[in-house]
Design a protein around this ligand. Structure first.
Ligand SMILES: [Fe+2]
Ligand SMILES: [Fe+2]
Length: 180
C-alpha cells in the first residue's frame, strides 16, 4: 500500500509506539474493540503530513522560529489532503486523528482551536500518547526524557493540553507498567 511506504520514510517506530500506546489507553477507557482497532490504525498516520515538511524544519525540533513553526503546523492539513485519496471507516478514523491530534483541551491548539469535548475522543487520546512518546524518545535535537519526568510533564498539562480524565487514566496505566 502506497501510503504505508510514505509512512516508513517518516518515523515508523514513533508511529508504531503511538499506535500501541493509544490502543492501550483506549482499552483502559473500556472502549469497544472496534474503537480500539480504529484508534490503533489511525494513530499510525497521525504525522503523515510531515512528509511535506522540509527536513531542515523537522530536524530543528524545539528551536523552531515562529515562521518555521507556522510551516510545521501545516503537517495537519497536508496529512488530511494525503488521506483524502482513500475512504473507509478506518481511514475516516485516521482523518479524525490527523486533524485533531494538536488541538488542546484549553482551546489554544491547532488547526481549529477546538476546546474540551469539542475535540473528538480519538484525537484527545492520541494527543497524550504522541506527546509522551515524543518526550521519552531520543530525537536529533534532544535526548530521551526519563519516564518520571515525562509523566510529571503530562500531569502538569492536565486540563491545559490534555483532557483531565484521560490524563488520569493514562498516568495510572503507565505507572502500572502496562506499556513502558
Ligand atoms: Fe503531529
Ligand atoms: Fe507524532
Amino acid at each position: 500500500m502506497i501510503l504505508k511506504n510514505v509512512l516508513d520514510m517518516l518515523d515508523p517506530e514513533h508511529a508504531k509506539r503511538v499506535s500501541l500506546l493509544s490502543m492501550d489507553l483506549a482499552r483502559s477507557l473500556n472502549l469497544s474493540e472496534q474503537d480500539v482497532e480504529r484508534i490503533g490504525y489511525g494513530a499510525h498516520y497521525h504525522d503523515i503530513g510531515k512528509i511535506s515538511i522540509p527536513a531542515s524544519i523537522l530536524e530543528s525540533g524545539i528551536q523552531l522560529t515562529e515562521h518555521e513553526f507556522e510551516i510545521m503546523k501545516r503537517h495537519v492539513e497536508y496529512g488530511l489532503s494525503i488521506l483524502s485519496v482513500q475512504t473507509s471507516e478506518e481511514m475516516d478514523a485516521a482523518k479524525v486523528i490527523v486533524g485533531t491530534h494538536h488541538e488542546r483541551w484549553d482551546g489554544t491548539g491547532y488547526p481549529n482551536r477546538l476546546k474540551g469535548e469539542e475535540i473528538p475522543l480519538y484525537g484527545r487520546i492520541v494527543s497524550i500518547c504522541d506527546t509522551y512518546d515524543a518526550l521519552t524518545s531520543k530525537r536529533s535535537y534532544k535526548s530521551a526524557w526519563p519516564i518520571d519526568e515525562a509523566l510529571a510533564y503530562i500531569n502538569n498539562q492536565k486540563g491545559k493540553a490534555f483532557d483531565p480524565y484521560l490524563t488520569e487514566v493514562f498516568l495510572q496505566m503507565i505507572q502500572e507498567g502496562a506499556l513502558v
